[in-house]
Design a protein around this ligand. Structure first.
Ligand SMILES: C[S@@+](CC[C@H](N)C(=O)[O-])C[C@H]1O[C@@H](n2cnc3c(N)ncnc32)[C@H](O)[C@@H]1O
Length: 281
């Protein structure tokens, strides 16, 4: 473990926590990521026939759309349960894609191999991100591209703010995430930081786009709860000690919030700003 990984170890969810949400992630989160993935793959210029490496791939939010474009995909993630789900989906669609379990801080892959190496909402949140980015650059061929899709400013991340607001309303005294320890998830929310890190990892011609957003469509408080709890272990840890009554109240508050947002429509669209970086090796 590197010094940075050790310093941040308490702030990063362990692999078991990701394994535990793999099924929810596969059902409620990854299918809604196709538009974000398409924007990232377009910015990175992914084409049919490219060798594409997906890092911290989860159940395939980025890797499956890349394979559908005709890229030859290797999806890597440290969670065996996530990779099992990725492989099942790739098999069901007959895609040219395989999965392998590995930690993104030390990719067990050869130098200078992939045309494009990408990570969507993955390397964004790991404890030694500079090291993970250097690994992504190492395995990319000279002239190839590296793509990082991350969340932008958490204040504009509506689903996350709805969830925190509902917990505050249902649990008087709930303080929310500690302000002095920003969540690792948002370490490159600032486009200047992402730019600096991509250059620091050895990339040239780095561009960082902030004009894209994720759009999450939900029809009820329960759907928003499933999306939030299934998308990352952190919200589950926030509500871990609450009683079943308090959890039920959070879902009721979320339901009201979703209803107010959707007006007379049957579904609400919540947005989240994105920070998307691309560089050339
Ligand atoms: C929010 S999910 C994103 C998954 C996928 N890229 C997507 O866009 O749907 C974060 C993923 O990072 C993986 N992850 C977290 N730490 C990791 C590490 N050190 N090495 C490899 N994968 C990691 C988790 O297992 C999880 O699948």
């Amino acid at each position: 473990m590197t010094d940075l990984e050790q310093d941040h170890a308490g702030r990063a969810a362990p692999v078991e926590a990701w394994d535990a949400i793999a099924a929810l992630y596969d059902e409620h989160v990854a299918p809604g990521e196709v538009d974000v993935a398409a924007a990232g793959l377009r910015l990175a210029g992914v084409r049919a026939g490219d060798g594409f490496l997906d890092v911290a791939a989860g159940t395939g939010g980025l890797g499956l759309p890349a394979a559908r474009l005709g890229a030859r995909v290797l999806a890597t993630d440290w969670s065996p349960r996530m990779i099992e789900r990725f492989e099942a989906r790739a098999r069901a669609e007959g895609l040219d894609a395989e999965g392998r379990v590995m930690d993104c801080h030390a990719l067990d892959l050869r130098d200078d191999t992939y045309d494009v190496t990408g990570s969507q909402f993955g390397v964004m949140l790991v404890p030694d991100q500079p090291r993970a980015l250097r690994e992504m650059v190492r395995v990319t061929r000279p002239g190839g591209r590296v793509l990082v899709i991350a969340y932008g400013d958490p204040a504009g991340f509506e689903a996350f703010q709805f969830f925190l607001g509902a917990v505050r309303a249902a649990v008087p005294g709930f303080a929310g995430p500690a302000a002095d320890e920003p969540m690792l998830e948002f370490q490159v929310a600032d486009p200047h930081v992402l730019h600096r890190r991509l250059v620091g990892a050895g990339l040239r011609d780095v561009t960082v786009a902030t004009d894209q957003q994720e759009r999450i469509t939900v029809r009820s408080g329960r759907e928003l709860w499933d999306w939030t709890i299934g998308g990352n272990p952190a919200p589950g840890m926030i509500v871990a000690d609450l009683t079943p009554e308090q959890r039920a109240e959070i879902v009721r508050v979320l339901d009201r919030m979703v209803g107010e947002r959707s007006g007379r429509g049957c579904s609400a669209v919540l947005t989240a700003p994105l920070t998307i970086g691309v560089g050339t090796k």
